[in-house]
Write a protein that binds this ligand. Structure first.
Ligand SMILES: [Zn+2]
Length: 433
């Protein structure tokens, strides 16, 4: 063997070793393991069940009746140590088994429970998978709330679009809070605020948090600005992979290798987070369903925005764009541009409560109509509900409620046999929408 060939062989060996190392690293990185941790009874009477994971997982959870049970499917996960434990009522048994690359955890129950979809909390060395259940003798099927993630665009050191006396970050937070208020007091919905106040949150944390909190839907609220002040109106966006790949390509050519910001971001990537980009290839069916459902949700919101007398439309159809915040692999996600704060009419509309309330109402009604078309098992939107139930809050007036739900005062009075316009906190009223 001559010297040159020896060197080549050595290089090939090194290369082979490198490839093997890569495969090994990938394999160990890919594996997520689950183990049972504990079960505690909370003051609220809820039972809290905690499992440990190595990192955030792609989870599908649902409940079944007769016999009553809750099922949690975790993708790309294996069992660390056998899970099979008996507990006190209403839990009969907690068991788990591996199905291909997934783990199926089953809670066998005695009777129907009110349950909270399992959510994930990241710690330094692990991820906690938490679920809460409560025996409820009044319900005949297992029931849970629909979780809506509300993402108020920008925040903190990022003001978003800047208008005269008006910042996008303030407008988006106020619209989000209005939407949160409606969802919170409507039975069966649970809003989660991705940005609850004037704080900075990067785009990756926004969709990562929606996943960890087990959102059924993700709505991102924004407002535009443009150099031409005549441009106005609202639009609704859905993520587009094509637009995204073009941007990614440009980014990889121009910025990726040189930009210190991009470099520091790559450096900060947490391996305990779930990789939505990789998941798009792995879970193609879930991803396609997500896009279809996002379009339906966007259309339902658009339909309501068109009815809103205050708001003019910028784009009459659902738009597709590369908004990274929408890239979750399985959570239907839309972005609403509520108007142009660079336009005097839109700025005036978004600076005032009535204008913002109308945007929140369109989003709420859009979400509700989405679930009418895509019912969620084990929620109050399982089958078409005749009405929604709203709990009166301190300070509520009937005229305001009518506006928020897009109905008339007289309708509310008739549906609820109210003697007059007076209502009281804690009162539950029925609204047909
Ligand atoms: Zn924005």
């Amino acid at each position: 063997m001559n010297q040159a060939l020896k060197l080549t062989m050595k290089a090939i060996n090194h290369q082979l070793l490198f490839i093997l190392l890569c495969i090994f690293t990938l394999a160990t990185e890919a594996a997520n393991k689950i183990s049972f941790d504990r079960i505690t009874e909370l003051e609220s009477g809820n039972l809290k069940i905690v499992f440990h994971l190595d990192k955030v997982a792609l989870i599908n959870s649902y409940a079944l009746d007769d016999p009553s049970r809750i099922v949690i499917d975790l993708k790309n996960t294996s069992i660390k140590e056998p899970i099979e434990s008996k507990f006190f009522a209403p839990i009969k048994l907690i068991r788990a088994n591996e199905v291909g690359n997934s783990v199926r955890v089953v809670l066998d129950l005695k009777g129907s429970v009110y349950w909270k979809k399992p959510w994930q909390v990241k710690h330094k060395d692990r991820v906690d998978l938490i679920l809460e259940i409560k025996r409820d003798r009044k319900i005949s099927n297992n029931l849970r709330d629909i979780i809506v993630a509300i993402d108020a665009g920008h925040g903190g050191r990022d003001p978003g679009a800047v208008g005269k006396n008006l910042l996008e970050k303030d407008v988006t937070l106020l619209i989000s809070k209005e939407l949160e208020r409606t969802l919170k007091n409507t039975r069966g919905y649970m809003p989660i605020m991705i940005r609850p106040d004037d704080r900075y949150l990067n785009l990756d944390d926004r969709y990562q948090n929606a996943r960890k909190l087990s959102a059924d839907l993700f709505v991102s609220i924004h407002a535009d600005a443009f150099s031409l002040s005549s441009v106005k109106g609202a639009s609704v966006y859905v993520w587009s992979e094509e637009a995204s790949s073009i941007t990614a390509e440009t980014l990889s050519k121009s910025k990726l290798s040189s930009s210190p910001e991009v470099k520091s971001k790559i450096g900060k990537l947490d391996i305990r987070d779930f990789d939505e980009d990789a998941a798009r290839t792995l879970y193609q069916i879930a991803y396609e369903a997500k896009i279809d459902n996002s379009v339906i949700l966007a259309e339902k919101i658009l339909e309501q925005l068109k009815r809103d007398p205050y708001t003019k439309m910028h784009k009459p159809n659902v738009e597709f764009a590369d908004f990274r915040v929408l890239k979750s692999v399985d959570i239907p996600s839309v972005l609403i541009e509520s108007g142009f704060i660079s336009n005097p009419d839109d700025a005036k509309r978004l600076a005032g409560k009535p204008g913002r309330r109308m945007i929140a109402r369109s989003v709420f009604l859009g979400i509700h109509n989405y679930f009418k078309e895509k019912p969620k098992p084990n929620t109050f939107m399982t089958s078409l509900p005749k009405y929604i139930e709203y709990e009166i809050q301190k300070g509520d007036v009937i005229s305001e409620i009518a506006i928020r739900f897009g109905v008339t005062i007289d309708e509310i009075i008739n549906w609820n046999n109210l003697k007059n316009k007076s209502i009281y906190p804690g009162q539950i009223i029925q609204i047909t929408i």
